[in-house]
Ligand binder design. Structure first.
Ligand SMILES: Cc1cc2nc3c(=O)[nH]c(=O)nc-3n(C[C@H](O)[C@H](O)[C@H](O)COP(=O)(O)O)c2cc1C
Length: 221
């Protein structure tokens, strides 16, 4: 079982969100998972230009670190997303990464994986950010098992209960992967997304041959 944790804080090991992502990974490791931590801000992931080359060919015009990160996600069973709240949203680094998953979303590339999200904030936006991150995961076809976020202010001790909750979240994630746990409400949401993207891909057969071929090869059309 492989679990990858992807964190969007630009503050490296000083990051409080990094601590939560790492705590989720520790929880999953305790249940036998092999884990990897990815610091998105330390990678080169350029913003999407909206050129749609990836829809047409499967490759991005930016020859940067995103292709390898996407491969790592595909080879994982579990995906953890984490971001600090920046002006009530994810960081720019996290958003650049998310925008670059547009082709993966059209292809429902992470179907069958499980995931969860974490966030830290001074005060506002924590719940909105984890809900957004989990929504992105479900758009990729990932079943989400929960979230943890914490409003930490400047209290250095406030991270401790959040880390504990994050370890538990990691245990839940690993357990869901192992037992292929069912989340009936989400299955309907993900199936509805799948049908909507199938329609989009069908309607763009000529413009997006890569995506059409991807769906056709899987017998999904
Ligand atoms: C540019 C910037 C914007 C921020 N925006 C918010 C905000 O909208 N609401 C809030 O409560 N905290 C905000 N914060 C505080 C961070 O969310 C908080 O300190 C967080 O724990 C930092 O995470 P990190 O240690 O993982 O980098 C902001 C911090 C920065 C640097």
């Amino acid at each position: 079982m492989k679990v990858i944790g992807i964190c969007g804080s630009p503050r490296g090991e000083a990051s409080r969100t990094t601590r939560l992502v790492r705590a989720v990974l520790r929880g999953a490791e305790g249940q036998g998972a092999e884990t990897a931590f990815v610091d998105v801000a330390a990678l080169t992931i350029l913003p999407c230009t909206g050129c749609e080359t990836c829809y047409a060919t499967g490759a991005c015009i930016h020859g940067d670190d995103m292709a390898a990160l996407q491969e790592a996600m595909v080879s994982a069973d579990g995906i953890v997303l984490g971001s600090p709240v920046y002006i009530d949203q994810v960081t720019a680094q996290m958003k650049a990464f998310i925008d670059r998953t547009a082709d993966a979303i059209h292809c429902q590339l992470l179907t069958g994986r499980y995931g969860c999200s974490v966030a830290t904030t001074w005060e506002s936006g924590g719940n909105e950010v984890v809900e957004y991150l989990n929504h992105v995961l479900r758009w990729l076809g990932v079943v989400t098992v929960g979230d943890t976020w914490a409003a930490l202010g400047e209290d250095p001790g406030a991270i401790l209960p959040a880390e504990k909750a994050a370890v538990t979240l990691g245990e839940t994630l690993a357990e869901a992967i192992r037992t292929r746990r069912k989340y009936p409400g989400q299955e309907e949401e993900i199936a509805e997304n799948w049908r909507a993207f199938r329609e989009i891909v069908r309607n763009h057969r000529a413009a997006w041959p890569h995506e059409y071929a991807f769906w056709e090869e899987r017998g999904w059309l």
